[in-house]
Design a protein around this ligand. Sequence first.
Ligand SMILES: Nc1ncnc2c1ncn2[C@@H]1O[C@H](COP(=O)(O)OP(=O)(O)OP(=O)(O)O)[C@@H](O)[C@H]1O
Length: 706
Amino acid sequence: MASEDMLMVNISNQESTDLHISEKQHNQSPSRQKWTAKKTATGKRKASFENQDYGSAKQRKLNTKTNTKNKDQEASEFPSKPKASPKKGLHNGHDGPFIKTSSLFRYNPEIPDVFSPVVTQVKEKVFTTYSFQELDLHPHLVATLNKVLNISSMTSVQKQTIPVLTSGKDAVVRSQTGSGKTLAYGIPLIQSLQAVQPKIQRSDGPLAVVIVPTRELAQQSFQIFQKLLKPFTWIVPGVLMGGEKRKAEKARLRKGINVLISTPGRLVDHIKNTLSIAFSAVRWLVLDEADRTLDLGFEKDLTVILNALNAGGSSRQTVLLSATLTEGLSRLTSISMKDPVYIQVLEPSLSSQSSPSQQADSYAMPDRLQQYMVVVPSKLRLVCLAAFILARCKFERDQKLIVFISSCEAVEFLDTVLSTVLCGKSSTANKQQLSINFLRLHGNMEQEERTEVFQEFSQSKTGVLLCTDVAARGLDLPQVTWIVQFNPPSSAAEYVHRVGRTARIGARGNGLLFLTPSETAYMDVLANHNISLSEMKMEDILSTLMQDERFRGRGNWDKKKSAGAREQHMRERATVLQTEFENYVHGSEESVQAAKKALQSFVRAYTAYPSALKHIFHIRHLHLGHAAKSFGLRDAPQGLSSTANKSTKKTAKGKDNKRPAIKFTARERMASLIRSEYTSGISGESKSKKKRTKKKANAEDELTEG
Ligand SMILES: Nc1ncnc2c1ncn2[C@@H]1O[C@H](COP(=O)(O)OP(=O)(O)OP(=O)(O)O)[C@@H](O)[C@H]1O
């Protein structure tokens, strides 16, 4: 048997342990119920049951050990002896029902010591002392910057870029997130268009085309151009983006748009279907977030756009911008730039010390950004996220969080379950209500709602935005205090963009990356780009629950008690919270289905990590039973597809019934999780997208927009 097969068998056996335990808990037989009652009455018997339980698990561990060749890998999959285990059968301390305790702190892989590689984090100086007055700009433009945008001095990237672009050169611009790149191209673009003689008319059509990867970024950029163009009423900005009515956009195109901001997919749509779109006058092409817009997902669209522009025949200036652009980006060549000036904002000390290739690999991070990571075993991920949100939103003031999640379905699920349980709206939670403004943003939402959410979160001072990578790039959401990456991103560059939604333009901000014990090598991936994170301890996050009496468990907490007793009590509270989640999820068939769907999509997103990261994020490292718990499911889902059902039955009845049925069902279930997600179809997906059978489809859909 291949080593991978062996590993899956081990996982299956491990899962069998968990399923076995939880099934006992859920399907409480009369004898089990009686036993539980006795158990709570006599602590001694309870203790003996726990020992017995652990002993049998330990035995199983020994048995499986003899089956495996890869002991190192096994060590990370199997538990070490737990120091303390939660009590079974907790009461939530209030008037709620008696709750079943899940084995939250047992059978988890050990949390490894994380050694953050020593790196010299690259910094950029954001501000300069140079004012916009010093540039030869139209006075109305300077006045708008000063009075409307409240901006007087240039940032470093603006200081370097604006003169290059006003001199008519092409440029490739890289500077850290939130450093003012939009104005770095916006100001020279408007300066040049307002000077065109005879004056630009609407009927001239687009003179500038700005391509951005997402709809929200298109809206945001459009709003900035609207402001900047106020004094120059004859130049008309316009936005085209997927999700809007094509007919209305066609009408606007017919009337004439001079500065056209668009997502790639929608622009291609119009190039193919709208006769009134003519590019003969285009003088500017801007690719914002250029490494994304030049990325695989957009390649075809971009070729169509470039062909259409080239057919227009006019000569144009091209600008590429991103916080993570690399000169070596091979697709740059397809853009046909004329001797572009490469602009990179680096501290002088670093520019002189390091080689160009070192500089290219190092991503500059905002100076006042504090970056943390926490290692959390799968089973504890949901409670840990919940505790972190509680800590910020209940016990601190003015906190605004963005939580990045790998799939639309998981965003939907977490939005419902967190807002219901944490805000005290669930039937089993006690009545005390808490107001946290949870919002969600992902690619499967109707555009109208997406726009509303984006505006609402932009304007609010507090709240939690749960989102996919649609919000990772370019969005300038004010006063965000924390970026939580609940699922690690697919590259260091995406890490940089996500975390860059905070600590913008010199402000403070924090980032927290969740990793499971098997994913800690991701720290090396970040270190390769000179990014270093400090470790936050899971226990410190969970300890917030000690302040929240809604999750008190049995009895009061006495501060004088020992540290061990405190930890035990904290575990009880985490278990009470997990049980609240599980009770909510299992309270209706609808929520069970939502949780399963979210789990499916999570597993599927896990398969979409690039091959270079497969040694860290491989599906064989996932423990389905544990992952299910992080979606509030008591067991790993069964019967997700007919295939899995049939094979389980066959194994149970068939000739080969000596083989434990569970051995193959975990693998089959994992496979069926992925398969059924492919065939389930994603609402709002276009036909052409459905045709794409690539594993990456879902993840890419979140990054590439029509
Ligand atoms: N010269 C300036 N002085 C003060 N604030 C500025 C200046 N230039 C831009 N800003 C503000 O800084 C914020 C970030 O700017 P912008 O969104 O252009 O950053 P960015 O570099 O494009 O970031 P990202 O890489 O994340 O897209 C915006 O709120 C913008 O209004």
